[in-house]
Design a protein around this ligand. Structure first.
Ligand SMILES: [Zn+2]
Length: 292
């Protein structure tokens, strides 16, 4: 009978190639292991495509007045990188330290916002000139800022943003290597969103620093992160007032756009985004280890 005949034929064929079967099985197994290792690509939570870190630096009044109510209305979480010596922080301490209770992050932006005094940064006071301060003094002040911030929000982990992006202190010494192991992530000024999350450097997170930007320009920037599946970090200063201002109308239209597209954009505090990236790094390391 044709059926029996074919079954016998199959059995004979299989018996004849037993060593080949073993080799094939081994090859298949090794292929599965490679597929599994590659099967843990970087993922953002809830099926989103890109992460967005909305950040507001320097602790100025217009952020408390014009930004916090809008963010809370839309249920968006942001990061406020404060310099503890800022006048607004001194005058409105209770409002600033209530931000973590509203879901926002207080990030470290030093005590006194030291940068390198240049003709472009002539607004800096002489005593704020990073070129005249030892890298070790910057380190100690930044750690003190962490201690003070922890007393407000009880957080053991924190992020940092380098004032003006200037990191070379007295005697041409870079202070960032002295502090970076104490932070989940560090933001630097300028640059486009990363093109890939592979080898993403949490200690050098490129950030747009908009001034007089329109909602359209801000949307174009986050769309680059969407295109690459990475993250966009935007560091605002004044909104509808104060320095490096962006008009309130443009800022509001931009965050409304993000609120409307939360299926695509994961809008979170910088600390929470960095925690997620760190967890994904650990998963990827595990999967690579399994492959060996
Ligand atoms: Zn700043």
């Amino acid at each position: 009978m044709p059926i029996l005949h074919s079954k016998t034929l199959l059995n004979n064929t299989l018996n004849a190639v037993t060593p080949l079967k073993v080799i094939l099985a081994l090859l298949l197994l090794s292929k599965i292991s490679v597929v599994q290792a590659d099967a843990t690509p970087f993922q953002w939570p809830n099926g989103t495509t890109a992460a967005i870190s909305l950040q507001y630096d320097d602790a100025v009044d217009s952020q408390l007045d014009n930004v916090v109510p809008e963010l809370n209305k839309l249920g968006l979480r942001a990061t406020f990188a404060v310099s503890l010596g800022s006048l607004s922080f001194h005058r409105r301490t209770t409002e600033w330290i209530s931000l973590p209770k509203q879901g926002h992050e207080l990030a470290n932006h030093t005590l006194f916002h030291q940068c390198i005094k240049t003709p472009q940064q002539s607004w800096l006071e002489e005593w704020q000139n990073l070129s005249t301060i030892a890298a070790e003094q910057m380190r100690d002040e930044i750690f003190l800022a962490n201690t003070v911030l922890a007393s407000y929000d009880q957080q053991a982990e924190r992020t940092f943003t380098i004032p003006c992006g200037d990191r070379i202190a007295k005697n041409k010494k870079d202070y960032v290597p002295l502090i970076q192991h104490h932070f989940l992530g560090i933001k630097t000024m300028g640059g486009d969103p990363a093109r890939s999350m592979k080898n993403f450097d949490r200690m050098d997170v490129h950030s747009l620093v908009p001034h007089n930007a329109t909602a359209k320009q801000l949307i174009a920037y986050v769309e680059k992160a969407k295109q690459h599946g990475t993250m966009a970090s935007i560091i605002f200063h004044g909104i509808g007032g104060d320095h490096l201002a962006v008009a309130k109308k443009e800022h509001d239209a931009f965050i409304q756009y993000l609120a409307n597209h939360q299926d695509v954009y994961w809008v979170e505090s910088f600390a929470n985004i960095m925690r997620h990236v760190k967890a994904q790094e650990a998963l990827s390391a595990q999967s690579t280890k399994g492959k060996e």
